[in-house]
Ligand binder design. Structure first.
Ligand SMILES: [Zn+2]
Length: 76
């Protein structure tokens, strides 16, 4: 799982860290859903457009929530 370090980074620092594909620090993430419920997450790189989808995440208010997800991302 290429994005495991990014998941760890989000859990610990609330930032998404280095892109596992191109090494850029220009990554971002969002969790989508209502606080207290289960939603989903997306992590992406703004440079090479690589992205990762998390299908079930617990939504809590300390994370980036409901940000706009770029349209041209590639899941890999
Ligand atoms: Zn990248």
């Amino acid at each position: 799982m290429k994005w495991i370090k990014n998941l760890e980074s989000i859990a610990i620092t609330k930032t998404s860290g280095k892109c596992p594909h191109c090494g850029s620090n220009n990554t971002d993430y969002t969790f989508v859903g209502n606080v207290g419920g289960v939603g989903y997450g997306e992590i992406w790189c703004n440079d090479c457009k690589s992205a990762y989808h998390l299908s079930r995440v617990l939504i809590t208010k300390e994370y980036n929530l409901n940000k706009e997800i770029p349209k041209n991302i590639i899941y890999r």
